[in-house]
Design a protein around this ligand. Sequence first.
Ligand code: NDP
Ligand code: HSE
Length: 425
Amino acid sequence: MKDVRIGLLGCGTVGTQVARLLEEQSQDLAARSGARLKVVAIAVRDLEAPRDPAIDRGLLTDDPHRVISQADIVIELIGGVEPARSLILEAFRTGASVVTGNKALLAAHGPELYQAAAAAGVDLYYEAAVAGAVPVVYGLRESLAGDRIMAVLGIVNGTTNYILDEMTTKGMDFGEALAKAQELGYAEADPSADVDGLDAAAKCAILASLAFHTRVALDDVHVHGIRHITADDVATAARSGCVVKLIASAKRRPDGIELHVGPTLVPATHPLASVHGPFNAIVIEAEAADRLMFYGRGAGGAPTASAVLSDVVAAASHRVDGGHAPRELVYADLRVLAPQEGRSRFQVEFTVLDEVGVLTRVTSAFASHGVSIRSVVQGVGEGGLARLTATTHEACQADLEATLAELSSAPFVAEVHHVNRVEES
Ligand code: NDP
Ligand code: HSE
């Protein structure tokens, strides 16, 4: 049996579990890939840092170039853009295949990496980059290659789902729930990537590229995070039969594709409403297959290592039997819609003067911009004020913004509190 040399860049939350499983599962992995997978070196930043006992310290080095020069397959689990990008390009130049979990890098430099892999005739795999253990990249790239994808809608960030779920089910406040998510290893090194929606946006860009055969970059995704979500928002959502989720949405429209990440009210009857804790789930609407749902652990060392190892087995079997990973397919080249062209149902919360005729003037403002109201609920107010929750039918973002601009400056509106998208059940 042939030896395939594995070089590991990074030995943190995910890298440690990859190294452990490569050792513990070595016989099965060899039988499945047709090659003995030998870890030849592991690059870290700090050679003296404490490590899991499963790590053979004799393999550690602080020189990533040494790891690359010895490997047939390089597993990049450092994270971030640099030096990860340069190291991956170096790996391709030496003829190594690369497996990575680095969504930030792929969303920013995916085309460059794909081209370098193709030029070198080697593989680029990244199942772990989206939704950890959940095989959604494979699902889109291979299982659904014969279908036409209409929409991809997902909870793709475990940290924010965990935070929102703790706020919803345990009444925790945002800061407390974030600290717990960090302690449990779900959050990125800089958790702003999670809570500001950038991690989900990077995954949204990757999924949309695969679903719509169009190059999608991080900047194409319209992003809102969850920092501003309060216990009050969660309670308001519950009163309208919804839960608040950070949803990454990529939808095919007649004139292009619409990409959005943001807090969204999900009806309790929607399959994504029952996704709790750090779990991820992605609903794919395909023309022939209809609705599919992928569900599982989207973060954490061992679940993510499972996805990494599936890619390693595929890349190793190509070293033995030939063949290569799917190449980048961007032939459709669809237009990415501007944020203002987006369409959704919306829920708007605002405080108005509790006076005769105010409700009519509010509804007229919506009507004058062509935004149709589905329901309005008026809460009992204090001090001559009333709280209104208006939910619209599907409307264009630009029309909603024009309505809100008019209402914000109207003398009968005290404050517009927040606006959230509402998903159909
Ligand atoms: P960690 O921060 O836990 O680990 C990073 C590792 O990289 C550490 O071992 C660190 O060394 C090493 N490292 C950092 N910079 C360098 C460098 N310049 N040269 C050599 N080694 C370096 O990250 P994670 O394991 O959490 O994440 C790794 C990747 O996997 C990221 O791209 C992340 O987005 C992705 N991912 C993570 C998931 C998770 O649940 N954690 C889930 C899905 C994807 P040292 O140990 O010495 O500090
Ligand atoms: N920080 C990410 C999350 C890890 O919370 O989902 C998985 O990419």
